[in-house]
Design a protein around this ligand. Structure first.
Ligand code: AMP
Length: 212
């Protein structure tokens, strides 16, 4: 029986862990709330547990989100599985900051929303960017939570650490020819169908290559 391909975000695994009563929870929370990276050892441990659980359920593939974030993590991943494709979702840093600050989660139903209204005019040859907010229904409105690490200071720290530690992961996969660069054209409603289109195109190209 076909098992849907799971979306596995290591950030979610980390948040589950720091909400637990485990021995590492307090220390983890401190690292995450400063916008620092959790050690490769802890991340690999959390991810392996999740992948093993999936295998037992019959999952035969996965979409990883937020992993690998260091070249070491990428090397470890390469040692245990074959990665088909890497999608690099790109957005200007000033907009990433606004989007993170607008992010809300409903404490009851768990759905994600975004209150930020991004409306950047075209300038210096850069295209305009418009992203409407993803507003919650009335039911969720009074239950909205903000991630502790979505303050401007911590978001900027996360971006700084991204540029230092995670940017080299792009080169790692570029050398393997696996990277699909995707400039986000707008909010999720505009981006999603376009992303599916290019992923399908990539698929067809791979099939052509395989047939050749
Ligand atoms: P995210 O939800 O992807 O923003 O992740 C939240 C936080 O979890 C990050 O700021 C890190 O502290 C930690 N984290 C998530 N994924 C990783 C990873 N692959 N390597 C190291 N730390 C991670």
């Amino acid at each position: 029986s076909a098992c849907p391909t799971p979306h596995i975000a290591t950030g979610d695994l980390v948040r589950d862990e720091l909400a637990s009563t485990g021995p590492d929870a307090v220390q983890l929370k401190e690292i995450v709330n400063q916008g620092k990276l959790v050690s490769d050892e802890i991340i690999i441990n959390l991810l392996s547990k999740r992948l093993k659980k999936g295998e037992e359920k019959g999952e035969s593939g996965f979409i990883l989100d937020g992993f690998p974030r260091t070249v070491n993590q990428a090397e470890i991943l390469d040692g245990v599985t074959d990665i088909d494709m890497v999608v690099n979702l790109k957005l200007r840093e000033d907009i990433i900051v606004q989007k993170c600050l607008g992010r809300r989660i409903c404490g009851q139903c768990g759905k994600n929303f975004n209150l930020a209204c991004i409306d950047v005019k075209a300038e210096n040859g850069l295209p305009p960017i418009y992203m409407s907010p993803l507003l919650p229904p009335n039911n969720c409105m009074s239950k909205l939570l903000t991630r502790d690490d979505d303050t401007e200071e911590v978001v900027r720290n996360r971006l700084r650490i991204y540029n230092e530690m995670s940017q080299p992961v792009e080169d790692f996969y570029q050398k393997q020819g696996k990277v699909l660069e995707f400039d986000l054209p707008g909010g999720i409603p505009e981006s999603w169908p376009k992303l599916l289109d290019v992923l399908n195109l990539e698929d067809q190209q791979e099939m052509k290559l395989a047939a050749a």
